[in-house]
Design a protein around this ligand. Structure first.
Ligand SMILES: Cc1cc2nc3c(=O)[nH]c(=O)nc-3n(C[C@H](O)[C@H](O)[C@H](O)COP(=O)(O)OP(=O)(O)OC[C@H]3O[C@@H](n4cnc5c(N)ncnc54)[C@H](O)[C@@H]3O)c2cc1C
Length: 414
Protein backbone atom coordinates (compact mmCIF):
# COMPACT_ATOMS: atom_id res chain seq x y z
CA UNK A 1 0.00 0.00 0.00
CA UNK A 2 1.32 3.39 -0.92
CA UNK A 3 1.12 5.61 2.18
CA UNK A 4 -0.92 8.79 1.98
CA UNK A 5 1.07 11.83 3.10
CA UNK A 6 1.60 15.46 2.30
CA UNK A 7 4.58 14.42 0.14
CA UNK A 8 2.47 11.91 -1.80
CA UNK A 9 -0.12 14.64 -2.34
CA UNK A 10 2.49 17.09 -3.60
CA UNK A 11 4.05 14.45 -5.87
CA UNK A 12 0.68 13.56 -7.37
CA UNK A 13 -0.26 17.21 -7.78
CA UNK A 14 2.78 17.58 -10.02
CA UNK A 15 1.77 14.46 -11.99
CA UNK A 16 -1.88 15.47 -12.53
CA UNK A 17 -2.93 12.80 -9.99
CA UNK A 18 -2.19 9.99 -12.45
CA UNK A 19 -0.24 7.84 -9.98
CA UNK A 20 -2.78 6.99 -7.29
CA UNK A 21 -3.48 3.28 -6.96
CA UNK A 22 -6.78 1.65 -5.93
CA UNK A 23 -7.47 1.98 -2.22
CA UNK A 24 -8.23 -1.73 -1.83
CA UNK A 25 -7.82 -4.81 -4.00
CA UNK A 26 -10.82 -6.36 -5.73
CA UNK A 27 -9.87 -10.07 -5.90
CA UNK A 28 -11.78 -13.07 -7.20
CA UNK A 29 -13.00 -15.17 -4.26
CA UNK A 30 -10.82 -18.15 -3.33
CA UNK A 31 -12.47 -21.51 -2.61
CA UNK A 32 -11.34 -21.68 1.00
CA UNK A 33 -10.76 -19.21 3.86
CA UNK A 34 -9.89 -19.62 7.55
CA UNK A 35 -12.46 -16.95 8.39
CA UNK A 36 -15.34 -15.70 6.25
CA UNK A 37 -17.03 -12.50 7.42
CA UNK A 38 -20.41 -11.69 5.89
CA UNK A 39 -21.09 -7.96 5.61
CA UNK A 40 -18.64 -5.19 4.64
CA UNK A 41 -20.06 -2.56 6.96
CA UNK A 42 -17.86 -0.93 9.57
CA UNK A 43 -18.12 -3.85 12.02
CA UNK A 44 -17.24 -6.55 9.44
CA UNK A 45 -14.32 -4.56 8.05
CA UNK A 46 -12.95 -3.61 11.48
CA UNK A 47 -13.16 -7.27 12.55
CA UNK A 48 -11.19 -8.31 9.47
CA UNK A 49 -8.59 -5.59 10.07
CA UNK A 50 -7.98 -6.50 13.72
CA UNK A 51 -7.92 -10.24 12.89
CA UNK A 52 -5.03 -9.54 10.52
CA UNK A 53 -3.35 -6.83 12.57
CA UNK A 54 -3.70 -8.10 16.15
CA UNK A 55 -3.81 -11.87 15.55
CA UNK A 56 -1.98 -12.37 12.25
CA UNK A 57 -4.97 -14.26 10.78
CA UNK A 58 -4.91 -13.15 7.16
CA UNK A 59 -6.63 -15.85 5.15
CA UNK A 60 -9.84 -13.91 5.62
CA UNK A 61 -12.64 -12.89 3.22
CA UNK A 62 -15.25 -10.19 3.76
CA UNK A 63 -18.28 -10.88 1.54
CA UNK A 64 -20.60 -7.98 0.70
CA UNK A 65 -23.79 -8.26 -1.32
CA UNK A 66 -23.73 -4.62 -2.41
CA UNK A 67 -20.98 -2.08 -2.08
CA UNK A 68 -18.68 -1.57 0.84
CA UNK A 69 -20.22 0.64 3.53
CA UNK A 70 -23.56 0.80 1.71
CA UNK A 71 -25.58 -0.47 4.70
CA UNK A 72 -26.11 1.40 7.96
CA UNK A 73 -22.45 2.37 8.11
CA UNK A 74 -23.01 4.81 5.25
CA UNK A 75 -26.46 5.93 6.47
CA UNK A 76 -25.97 7.03 10.05
CA UNK A 77 -25.67 10.43 11.70
CA UNK A 78 -22.11 9.65 12.87
CA UNK A 79 -22.48 10.39 16.58
CA UNK A 80 -19.67 9.03 18.74
CA UNK A 81 -19.96 8.94 22.53
CA UNK A 82 -19.33 6.48 25.34
CA UNK A 83 -21.52 7.81 28.17
CA UNK A 84 -23.43 4.56 28.60
CA UNK A 85 -24.86 3.45 31.93
CA UNK A 86 -23.82 -0.18 32.32
CA UNK A 87 -20.22 -1.21 32.99
CA UNK A 88 -20.09 -3.66 30.08
CA UNK A 89 -21.30 -0.98 27.66
CA UNK A 90 -18.93 1.63 29.06
CA UNK A 91 -16.03 -0.77 28.46
CA UNK A 92 -16.74 -1.42 24.78
CA UNK A 93 -17.93 2.08 23.83
CA UNK A 94 -15.02 3.79 25.61
CA UNK A 95 -12.52 1.40 24.01
CA UNK A 96 -14.07 2.41 20.71
CA UNK A 97 -14.00 6.13 21.39
CA UNK A 98 -10.38 5.87 22.45
CA UNK A 99 -9.48 3.99 19.27
CA UNK A 100 -11.28 6.66 17.22
CA UNK A 101 -8.97 9.32 18.66
CA UNK A 102 -5.99 7.95 16.71
CA UNK A 103 -7.73 5.95 13.99
CA UNK A 104 -6.71 8.30 11.16
CA UNK A 105 -3.05 7.77 12.03
CA UNK A 106 -3.51 4.03 12.61
CA UNK A 107 -5.21 3.48 9.24
CA UNK A 108 -3.29 6.21 7.36
CA UNK A 109 -6.68 7.46 6.21
CA UNK A 110 -8.37 10.66 7.33
CA UNK A 111 -11.59 9.57 9.02
CA UNK A 112 -12.26 13.18 10.08
CA UNK A 113 -12.77 12.36 13.75
CA UNK A 114 -14.08 15.54 15.34
CA UNK A 115 -14.31 15.38 19.14
CA UNK A 116 -16.50 18.46 19.24
CA UNK A 117 -18.47 17.30 22.30
CA UNK A 118 -21.87 15.66 22.71
CA UNK A 119 -24.63 17.20 24.83
CA UNK A 120 -27.57 15.03 25.90
CA UNK A 121 -30.31 17.39 27.00
CA UNK A 122 -32.42 16.92 30.12
CA UNK A 123 -35.89 18.27 29.39
CA UNK A 124 -37.87 16.64 32.18
CA UNK A 125 -37.20 16.13 35.88
CA UNK A 126 -37.10 12.41 35.24
CA UNK A 127 -34.45 12.81 32.58
CA UNK A 128 -32.37 15.03 34.85
CA UNK A 129 -32.43 12.34 37.54
CA UNK A 130 -31.54 9.62 35.03
CA UNK A 131 -28.64 11.64 33.62
CA UNK A 132 -27.33 12.32 37.12
CA UNK A 133 -27.15 8.59 37.61
CA UNK A 134 -25.42 8.13 34.26
CA UNK A 135 -22.92 10.89 35.08
CA UNK A 136 -21.97 9.10 38.33
CA UNK A 137 -21.79 5.72 36.57
CA UNK A 138 -19.56 7.00 33.77
CA UNK A 139 -17.26 8.70 36.27
CA UNK A 140 -16.87 5.39 38.14
CA UNK A 141 -15.90 3.84 34.80
CA UNK A 142 -13.25 6.52 34.19
CA UNK A 143 -15.18 8.24 31.41
CA UNK A 144 -15.15 12.01 31.44
CA UNK A 145 -18.69 13.46 31.46
CA UNK A 146 -20.20 16.42 33.27
CA UNK A 147 -23.75 17.24 34.29
CA UNK A 148 -24.18 20.91 33.36
CA UNK A 149 -26.90 23.49 33.98
CA UNK A 150 -29.09 25.21 31.36
CA UNK A 151 -26.85 28.32 31.18
CA UNK A 152 -23.84 26.20 30.23
CA UNK A 153 -25.97 24.40 27.62
CA UNK A 154 -26.88 27.78 26.13
CA UNK A 155 -23.23 28.89 26.19
CA UNK A 156 -22.13 25.77 24.29
CA UNK A 157 -25.09 25.88 21.91
CA UNK A 158 -26.25 29.48 21.32
CA UNK A 159 -29.01 28.49 18.86
CA UNK A 160 -30.88 26.58 21.53
CA UNK A 161 -34.03 27.83 23.25
CA UNK A 162 -33.73 26.79 26.89
CA UNK A 163 -37.10 28.29 27.89
CA UNK A 164 -39.40 26.06 25.83
CA UNK A 165 -42.94 26.10 27.24
CA UNK A 166 -43.41 22.35 27.03
CA UNK A 167 -39.84 21.09 27.38
CA UNK A 168 -37.53 23.68 28.99
CA UNK A 169 -33.88 22.67 29.14
CA UNK A 170 -33.13 21.74 32.75
CA UNK A 171 -29.54 20.69 32.13
CA UNK A 172 -27.45 18.36 30.03
CA UNK A 173 -25.00 15.47 30.17
CA UNK A 174 -21.89 16.78 28.43
CA UNK A 175 -19.18 14.51 27.06
CA UNK A 176 -16.45 16.85 25.81
CA UNK A 177 -14.52 14.15 23.88
CA UNK A 178 -17.56 12.73 22.11
CA UNK A 179 -18.22 13.91 18.59
CA UNK A 180 -18.48 12.72 15.01
CA UNK A 181 -16.41 11.11 12.23
CA UNK A 182 -16.93 10.71 8.51
CA UNK A 183 -18.82 7.40 8.24
CA UNK A 184 -17.76 6.41 4.70
CA UNK A 185 -14.15 7.15 5.56
CA UNK A 186 -14.29 4.76 8.50
CA UNK A 187 -15.40 1.95 6.16
CA UNK A 188 -12.94 2.92 3.45
CA UNK A 189 -10.05 3.31 5.89
CA UNK A 190 -10.59 -0.12 7.45
CA UNK A 191 -11.06 -1.69 3.99
CA UNK A 192 -7.84 -0.22 2.65
CA UNK A 193 -5.80 -1.23 5.70
CA UNK A 194 -7.33 -4.73 5.87
CA UNK A 195 -6.79 -5.30 2.15
CA UNK A 196 -3.17 -4.25 2.56
CA UNK A 197 -2.73 -6.91 5.25
CA UNK A 198 -4.01 -9.60 2.84
CA UNK A 199 -7.76 -9.68 3.59
CA UNK A 200 -9.92 -10.30 0.47
CA UNK A 201 -12.83 -7.87 0.31
CA UNK A 202 -15.35 -9.18 -2.19
CA UNK A 203 -18.17 -6.83 -3.18
CA UNK A 204 -21.26 -7.81 -5.20
CA UNK A 205 -21.15 -11.22 -3.51
CA UNK A 206 -24.36 -12.10 -1.72
CA UNK A 207 -24.47 -15.05 0.67
CA UNK A 208 -27.53 -17.11 -0.26
CA UNK A 209 -27.06 -20.26 1.81
CA UNK A 210 -25.00 -21.74 4.63
CA UNK A 211 -23.97 -25.41 4.79
CA UNK A 212 -24.04 -26.63 8.40
CA UNK A 213 -23.80 -30.37 7.80
CA UNK A 214 -22.98 -32.21 11.04
CA UNK A 215 -23.83 -29.19 13.18
CA UNK A 216 -20.82 -27.10 12.15
CA UNK A 217 -20.20 -24.56 9.45
CA UNK A 218 -18.78 -26.01 6.23
CA UNK A 219 -19.27 -23.43 3.51
CA UNK A 220 -21.41 -20.59 2.21
CA UNK A 221 -23.19 -20.43 -1.13
CA UNK A 222 -22.80 -17.06 -2.76
CA UNK A 223 -23.72 -15.37 -6.02
CA UNK A 224 -20.05 -15.83 -6.90
CA UNK A 225 -19.81 -19.53 -6.05
CA UNK A 226 -19.31 -21.84 -3.08
CA UNK A 227 -16.76 -20.73 -0.47
CA UNK A 228 -15.50 -23.03 2.33
CA UNK A 229 -15.16 -21.40 5.73
CA UNK A 230 -13.19 -22.54 8.78
CA UNK A 231 -15.12 -19.98 10.83
CA UNK A 232 -18.02 -17.82 9.75
CA UNK A 233 -18.91 -14.47 11.30
CA UNK A 234 -22.27 -12.89 10.45
CA UNK A 235 -22.02 -9.09 10.63
CA UNK A 236 -25.04 -8.00 8.62
CA UNK A 237 -26.95 -5.68 11.00
CA UNK A 238 -30.61 -5.55 9.92
CA UNK A 239 -30.26 -8.78 7.92
CA UNK A 240 -28.93 -10.85 10.82
CA UNK A 241 -32.26 -12.67 11.16
CA UNK A 242 -32.18 -13.63 7.48
CA UNK A 243 -28.65 -15.07 7.70
CA UNK A 244 -29.42 -16.84 10.99
CA UNK A 245 -32.39 -18.51 9.33
CA UNK A 246 -30.08 -19.79 6.57
CA UNK A 247 -27.94 -21.39 9.30
CA UNK A 248 -30.97 -22.84 11.10
CA UNK A 249 -31.22 -20.77 14.29
CA UNK A 250 -33.11 -17.69 15.49
CA UNK A 251 -31.82 -14.47 16.99
CA UNK A 252 -33.64 -12.28 19.54
CA UNK A 253 -33.62 -9.22 17.29
CA UNK A 254 -36.15 -7.20 15.32
CA UNK A 255 -35.35 -5.27 12.15
CA UNK A 256 -36.82 -1.80 11.65
CA UNK A 257 -36.07 1.23 9.50
CA UNK A 258 -34.44 4.17 11.29
CA UNK A 259 -34.53 7.48 9.49
CA UNK A 260 -32.48 10.65 9.23
CA UNK A 261 -32.53 13.87 7.19
CA UNK A 262 -30.35 16.84 6.34
CA UNK A 263 -31.20 20.50 5.83
CA UNK A 264 -29.93 22.82 3.16
CA UNK A 265 -26.33 23.93 3.87
CA UNK A 266 -26.02 27.06 6.02
CA UNK A 267 -23.19 29.00 7.63
CA UNK A 268 -21.62 27.45 10.76
CA UNK A 269 -24.07 27.77 13.65
CA UNK A 270 -23.64 24.60 15.71
CA UNK A 271 -20.24 23.21 16.68
CA UNK A 272 -21.33 20.47 19.08
CA UNK A 273 -23.70 17.49 18.83
CA UNK A 274 -27.01 17.89 20.67
CA UNK A 275 -29.33 15.01 21.51
CA UNK A 276 -32.85 15.79 22.69
CA UNK A 277 -34.02 12.42 23.94
CA UNK A 278 -37.38 13.49 25.38
CA UNK A 279 -38.64 14.89 22.09
CA UNK A 280 -36.65 12.24 20.20
CA UNK A 281 -34.37 14.10 17.85
CA UNK A 282 -30.70 14.92 17.60
CA UNK A 283 -28.74 17.38 15.58
CA UNK A 284 -25.24 18.34 14.45
CA UNK A 285 -23.78 20.37 11.59
CA UNK A 286 -21.73 18.73 8.86
CA UNK A 287 -18.61 20.25 7.34
CA UNK A 288 -20.70 21.10 4.29
CA UNK A 289 -23.01 23.18 6.48
CA UNK A 290 -26.05 20.89 6.43
CA UNK A 291 -27.80 20.27 9.73
CA UNK A 292 -27.78 16.50 10.16
CA UNK A 293 -30.94 15.46 11.98
CA UNK A 294 -31.77 12.03 13.31
CA UNK A 295 -35.25 10.89 14.07
CA UNK A 296 -37.11 7.86 15.25
CA UNK A 297 -37.43 4.27 14.14
CA UNK A 298 -40.50 2.89 12.41
CA UNK A 299 -43.03 1.38 14.77
CA UNK A 300 -43.23 -1.86 12.79
CA UNK A 301 -40.70 -4.40 11.54
CA UNK A 302 -39.57 -3.96 7.94
CA UNK A 303 -36.67 -4.12 5.49
CA UNK A 304 -37.60 -1.11 3.33
CA UNK A 305 -34.37 0.95 3.76
CA UNK A 306 -36.28 4.12 2.81
CA UNK A 307 -37.37 7.39 4.38
CA UNK A 308 -41.00 8.46 4.79
CA UNK A 309 -42.64 11.90 4.95
CA UNK A 310 -44.35 11.55 8.30
CA UNK A 311 -40.97 11.00 9.99
CA UNK A 312 -39.64 14.28 8.59
CA UNK A 313 -42.67 16.09 9.93
CA UNK A 314 -42.60 14.38 13.34
CA UNK A 315 -38.89 14.88 13.88
CA UNK A 316 -38.78 18.54 12.84
CA UNK A 317 -41.96 19.30 14.80
CA UNK A 318 -40.40 17.74 17.90
CA UNK A 319 -37.18 19.73 17.59
CA UNK A 320 -38.56 23.10 16.58
CA UNK A 321 -39.46 24.25 20.10
CA UNK A 322 -35.87 23.63 21.24
CA UNK A 323 -34.28 24.89 17.98
CA UNK A 324 -36.71 27.55 16.64
CA UNK A 325 -34.42 28.41 13.70
CA UNK A 326 -35.22 25.00 12.18
CA UNK A 327 -38.64 26.31 11.15
CA UNK A 328 -36.94 28.54 8.54
CA UNK A 329 -34.84 25.79 6.95
CA UNK A 330 -35.54 23.67 3.89
CA UNK A 331 -34.95 19.96 4.37
CA UNK A 332 -32.95 18.53 1.47
CA UNK A 333 -32.67 14.77 1.80
CA UNK A 334 -33.97 11.93 3.94
CA UNK A 335 -33.15 8.26 4.06
CA UNK A 336 -33.49 5.12 6.15
CA UNK A 337 -31.38 2.18 7.23
CA UNK A 338 -32.45 -1.18 8.65
CA UNK A 339 -31.30 -1.45 12.23
CA UNK A 340 -31.24 -4.62 14.32
CA UNK A 341 -32.80 -4.06 17.73
CA UNK A 342 -32.39 -6.30 20.78
CA UNK A 343 -34.69 -6.16 23.80
CA UNK A 344 -32.06 -4.65 26.11
CA UNK A 345 -30.69 -2.35 23.37
CA UNK A 346 -27.23 -3.90 23.71
CA UNK A 347 -25.39 -5.77 20.96
CA UNK A 348 -24.77 -9.47 20.53
CA UNK A 349 -21.19 -10.62 20.01
CA UNK A 350 -20.67 -14.31 20.45
CA UNK A 351 -20.97 -17.91 19.41
CA UNK A 352 -24.19 -19.38 18.01
CA UNK A 353 -25.79 -22.82 18.33
CA UNK A 354 -23.88 -23.88 15.17
CA UNK A 355 -20.22 -24.67 15.77
CA UNK A 356 -17.92 -22.28 13.96
CA UNK A 357 -20.58 -19.60 13.39
CA UNK A 358 -20.30 -16.33 15.30
CA UNK A 359 -22.51 -13.24 15.23
CA UNK A 360 -21.90 -9.56 15.70
CA UNK A 361 -25.23 -7.75 15.55
CA UNK A 362 -27.88 -5.96 17.58
CA UNK A 363 -26.14 -2.58 17.47
CA UNK A 364 -29.50 -1.10 16.66
CA UNK A 365 -29.54 2.65 16.38
CA UNK A 366 -26.11 3.18 17.91
CA UNK A 367 -23.40 1.04 16.35
CA UNK A 368 -21.38 3.56 14.38
CA UNK A 369 -19.62 4.78 17.49
CA UNK A 370 -18.64 1.25 18.45
CA UNK A 371 -17.05 0.10 15.18
CA UNK A 372 -13.39 0.09 16.33
CA UNK A 373 -14.07 -1.52 19.74
CA UNK A 374 -16.49 -4.04 18.30
CA UNK A 375 -14.03 -5.07 15.57
CA UNK A 376 -11.27 -5.36 18.17
CA UNK A 377 -13.38 -7.54 20.49
CA UNK A 378 -14.89 -9.71 17.73
CA UNK A 379 -11.45 -10.38 16.27
CA UNK A 380 -10.28 -11.45 19.75
CA UNK A 381 -13.26 -13.79 20.08
CA UNK A 382 -12.68 -15.35 16.64
CA UNK A 383 -8.94 -15.74 17.18
CA UNK A 384 -8.81 -16.94 20.81
CA UNK A 385 -12.31 -18.30 21.37
CA UNK A 386 -13.02 -15.69 24.05
CA UNK A 387 -12.57 -12.01 24.62
CA UNK A 388 -12.95 -10.00 27.86
CA UNK A 389 -14.80 -7.10 26.21
CA UNK A 390 -17.06 -9.28 24.03
CA UNK A 391 -17.73 -11.84 26.79
CA UNK A 392 -20.80 -10.26 28.46
CA UNK A 393 -22.51 -9.68 25.09
CA UNK A 394 -22.98 -13.38 24.24
CA UNK A 395 -26.32 -14.85 23.20
CA UNK A 396 -26.57 -16.77 26.49
CA UNK A 397 -27.55 -13.60 28.32
CA UNK A 398 -31.06 -13.79 26.91
CA UNK A 399 -31.49 -17.35 28.17
CA UNK A 400 -29.94 -16.59 31.55
CA UNK A 401 -31.68 -13.23 32.03
CA UNK A 402 -28.38 -11.34 32.33
CA UNK A 403 -29.55 -8.33 30.32
CA UNK A 404 -27.27 -5.33 29.76
CA UNK A 405 -30.13 -2.90 29.87
CA UNK A 406 -29.44 0.33 28.04
CA UNK A 407 -33.02 0.84 26.85
CA UNK A 408 -34.29 2.99 29.70
CA UNK A 409 -30.91 4.60 30.23
CA UNK A 410 -30.48 5.81 26.69
CA UNK A 411 -33.98 6.51 25.35
CA UNK A 412 -32.48 7.60 22.02
CA UNK A 413 -29.54 5.28 21.76
CA UNK A 414 -27.54 6.78 18.91
C1 LIG B 1 -30.51 6.72 10.16
C2 LIG B 1 -29.50 6.10 11.07
C3 LIG B 1 -28.83 6.88 11.99
C4 LIG B 1 -27.88 6.32 12.86
N1 LIG B 1 -27.16 7.15 13.66
C5 LIG B 1 -26.16 6.64 14.42
C6 LIG B 1 -25.32 7.52 15.17
O1 LIG B 1 -25.46 8.74 15.13
N2 LIG B 1 -24.34 6.96 15.93
C7 LIG B 1 -24.15 5.63 16.00
O2 LIG B 1 -23.29 5.18 16.75
N3 LIG B 1 -24.91 4.77 15.25
C8 LIG B 1 -25.89 5.24 14.46
N4 LIG B 1 -26.66 4.40 13.69
C9 LIG B 1 -26.44 2.94 13.77
C10 LIG B 1 -25.24 2.49 12.95
O3 LIG B 1 -25.29 3.03 11.66
C11 LIG B 1 -25.21 0.96 12.86
O4 LIG B 1 -25.34 0.39 14.14
C12 LIG B 1 -23.88 0.47 12.27
O5 LIG B 1 -23.55 1.18 11.11
C13 LIG B 1 -23.99 -1.00 11.95
O6 LIG B 1 -22.84 -1.36 11.22
P1 LIG B 1 -22.70 -2.83 10.66
O7 LIG B 1 -21.34 -2.94 10.06
O8 LIG B 1 -23.07 -3.80 11.70
O9 LIG B 1 -23.86 -2.93 9.57
P2 LIG B 1 -24.02 -2.37 8.06
O10 LIG B 1 -23.21 -1.14 7.85
O11 LIG B 1 -25.47 -2.31 7.82
O12 LIG B 1 -23.34 -3.52 7.24
C14 LIG B 1 -23.93 -4.78 7.02
C15 LIG B 1 -23.63 -5.18 5.60
O13 LIG B 1 -24.07 -6.52 5.40
C16 LIG B 1 -24.43 -6.63 4.04
N5 LIG B 1 -25.26 -7.84 3.85
C17 LIG B 1 -26.53 -8.06 4.29
N6 LIG B 1 -26.95 -9.28 3.88
C18 LIG B 1 -25.92 -9.84 3.18
C19 LIG B 1 -25.77 -11.07 2.51
N7 LIG B 1 -26.73 -12.00 2.47
N8 LIG B 1 -24.58 -11.32 1.88
C20 LIG B 1 -23.58 -10.40 1.91
N9 LIG B 1 -23.69 -9.20 2.52
C21 LIG B 1 -24.85 -8.93 3.16
C22 LIG B 1 -25.18 -5.33 3.77
O14 LIG B 1 -25.25 -5.03 2.40
C23 LIG B 1 -24.36 -4.32 4.56
O15 LIG B 1 -23.40 -3.64 3.77
C24 LIG B 1 -27.62 4.91 12.81
C25 LIG B 1 -28.30 4.12 11.89
C26 LIG B 1 -29.21 4.69 11.02
C27 LIG B 1 -29.91 3.82 10.02
Amino acid sequence: MRRYSVFALAREALRHHGGWTRAWRSPEPKTDYDVVIVGAGGHGLATAYYLAKNHNIRNVAVLEKGWLGGGNTGRNTTIIRSNYLQDESAAIYELSRTLYETLSQELNFNIMFSPRGVMMLCQTEHELRAMKRTAHATRLNGIHTELVGPERVKELCPIINIHGPRYPVLGGLWQPRGGTARHDAVAWGYARAASDLGVDIIEQCEVTGIDTTGGRVRSVSTTRGEIRAGKLCLVVAGHSGVLAEMAGFRLPIESVALQALVSEPIKPCLDIVVMANTVHGYISQSDKGELVIGGGADGFNNYTQRGSFHHVEETVRALVETFPMLSRLKMMRQWGGIVDMTGDRSPIIGRTPVEGIYVNCGWGTGGFKSIPGSGWATAGLLARGEDPIAGPFGLERFREGRMIDESVAAAVAH
